[in-house]
Design a protein around this ligand. Structure first.
Ligand SMILES: [Zn+2]
Length: 325
């Protein structure tokens, strides 16, 4: 329906980023229980699902890829880990009983914006090194494995990789004395951002297009074109990518629906337990996943790759992470 498509294109991002985060903010500043954060989060998942039907980037990304069950488990585990990390904040305050440097006197909304900008720096750096260091890439590849983008796979993270995010992006803020109200809001804002960043919705960002790390900028990050996707690592803003020199506004060619995923693992494991094990059996750059038997089509692709001279294989972009970098 054209009207639904138009409404979705223009209102999806403002509704999700301002409306739902605003709802969470209302709950917190009015002293409602933190349990109410589940409401904007649930609405975000539901609206992303509906918007993906009304205005998809690619129809094919709406088709089940056999990954639904695993992605739901990832999403639940992701949110439980966030709650657990927030519960640790009083423990951190108890272990490090100094006043902290956090500007507690500023309005909550300003504290939240400060938290978002500096957490974004931590997320960007963890993400940047996850594409540089093979050990981290093994963990992060679980997020890139699904050969499509849609709302739920924003929350697909290996739990060990999520722990790194919590340690290096939100952990320093907790050490600086970030109050629990702000931490709870930050958790909501990050979750909704991940859903928007990965949702298969053709939305308009207008003048913010090259300043927010969502939309096509993030599609480019997920392409399976060798190293071409090693850019646009930010979660919220393009600010930190611009400073790192990794901001890339345009793809070198039109992105197609089948351009997502990990190039050397075309048949990425589909079950949650296989994905949990994946980092421990995956050999980055070797084009194989020891211990997990690839599907026949993947095996054929891998055999074909091995038959090529090694420099040709590199030119074809099969070797995404380069251990020496
Ligand atoms: Zn990535």
């Amino acid at each position: 329906m054209p009207a639904a498509r138009t409404i979705t294109r223009y209102l999806y991002a403002p509704f999700m980023l301002i409306g739902l985060n605003g709802l969470g903010y209302y709950f917190v500043v009015n002293g409602w229980s933190y349990v109410w954060m589940a409401l904007p989060l649930a609405i975000a998942v539901a609206v992303a699902f509906l918007a993906e039907r009304a205005s998809p980037n690619y129809e094919q990304w709406n088709d089940s890829h056999g990954d639904g069950a695993a992605n739901w488990i990832h999403a639940v585990v992701y949110e439980i880990s966030n709650v657990n990390a927030t519960l640790l904040i009083p423990v951190i305050a108890w272990l490090f009983p100094f006043e902290g440097l956090w500007p507690r006197d500023l309005p909550i909304i300003v504290q939240l914006l400060i938290a978002v900008v500096f957490a974004d720096l931590g997320f960007t750096l963890v993400h940047y090194f996850s594409h540089r260091w093979p050990l981290l890439w093994r963990l992060h590849a679980v997020h890139h494995g699904v050969p499509r983008l849609y709302g739920l796979n924003g929350l697909v993270r290996h739990p060990l990789h999520q722990t790194l995010d919590l340690l290096f992006a939100t952990g320093p803020l907790a050490l600086l004395g970030m109050p629990i109200d702000v931490a709870v809001l930050l958790g909501l804002v990050v979750s909704i951002q991940l859903i928007v960043q990965h949702s298969n919705v053709d939305y308009q960002l207008g003048p913010f297009r090259n300043h927010m790390a969502i939309g096509q900028l993030h599609h480019l990050h997920h392409v399976n074109w060798g190293k071409e996707g090693d850019c646009n690592f930010g979660l919220f803003l393009t600010l930190w990518d611009r400073m790192l020199g990794t901001f890339q506004p345009e793809p070198s060619r039109r992105i197609q629906a089948h351009d997502m995923g990990v190039d050397e693992v075309p048949d990425f494991p589909k079950t949650y337990w296989q994905q949990l094990l994946f980092p421990f059996v995956y050999q980055p750059g070797a084009g194989k996943q020891t211990g997990l038997r690839p599907q026949p089509s993947a095996q054929a692709a891998l055999d074909k790759t091995r038959a090529l001279p090694s420099d040709s294989a590199a030119k074809r972009g099969r070797e995404r992470p380069t251990p020496a970098e």
